[in-house]
Design a binder for this molecule. Sequence first.
Ligand code: SF4
Length: 349
Amino acid sequence: MAERIKQQSPEYAKMSQATAISLGLVRGRMYRGAANRCVNLLVHYPEGCSANCAYCGLAKKRPGSYKDKSFIHVAWPVFPMDEIIDAINNAPSYVKRTCISMITNGKCRLATLEMIRRLKDKAPLPISILITPTILNENDLVEMKNNGADKIGVAIDLATPELFDKYRGKGVSGPHRWEKYWEILKKSLEIFRYPNVGAHLMVGMGETEEQMVYLMDRLWHMGVESHLFSFFAEEDSKLADRPQPPWPAYLRIQLARYIIEEKLGSSRGMRFDREGRILDFGLASDLLESVITYGKPFMTTGCSGPDGEVACNRPFGNCLPDVKQWNYPYIPNEEELGLIRQNIFKTGN
Ligand code: SF4
């Protein structure tokens, strides 16, 4: 028991299985040679997270101890911070960023600040923080920046205030509030500036494609990039039986994000059907075809590295390894692009 209590942040952190493979701390290989380009860390306490988000593997009411709970479907083994820092210093050159994900725990704020300080002092990679707005104020964001973080992620996750309240707030007796998330998102933007703030958005929670497109457009015009995720049920979680969003719908939302953020068009130029599905992206058909063929719209979106390319590519965080993926961690190959073309305009499930 004493040993278990000692294992907590900032002395220890959890690390995603894919990161542990990239850094050589765990043996393994990934489908199609996918490589995780980000060191994804999670603050660790034996008592875990006190929130109860319905879709999250770490939710307080999901059975199991925090140490062993999966998160976005993969195991997160615990390592001492010193070992993590050594591994980052010996990381392959394709690893371009470190990210610390916070949880909802009163101790998490100070531990995160200390982890940023150590990583900045002793390792070369830029540092993102996926923050928990509920336990933070403006001054904390300033301290994170002063300690060495350069990017902030805010997991808005839900497309509307009603869905947010249902799955993260009152609907699950959880502490999170839509207004607080947006207040801290705006403060993050004032402090970290464009292009250093991203919003995590999760597709498949009951929103329409139109609602998600308008949200991505709103965020983009504020100066916030959208980092897309697809719902993928965690075993034994409150939503364990809920299916992933239809693949065609996810592909359309990915393509709409790309069109908006690459300034090829906007939500105003797109048309939607009565169920809110995208009918028309507002681009000439030859341009639309070349954007699809480019493949990049269907890759994972997340914080970039110093090379400007997405570093946080989260291989298979949203789906099982297959030709059909809800976020490709690499440029889709010909077979995968063929499937995307066959499916992207399908309106059924
Ligand atoms: S996109 Fe990745 S690196 Fe950026 S905040 Fe989210 S989890 Fe962290």
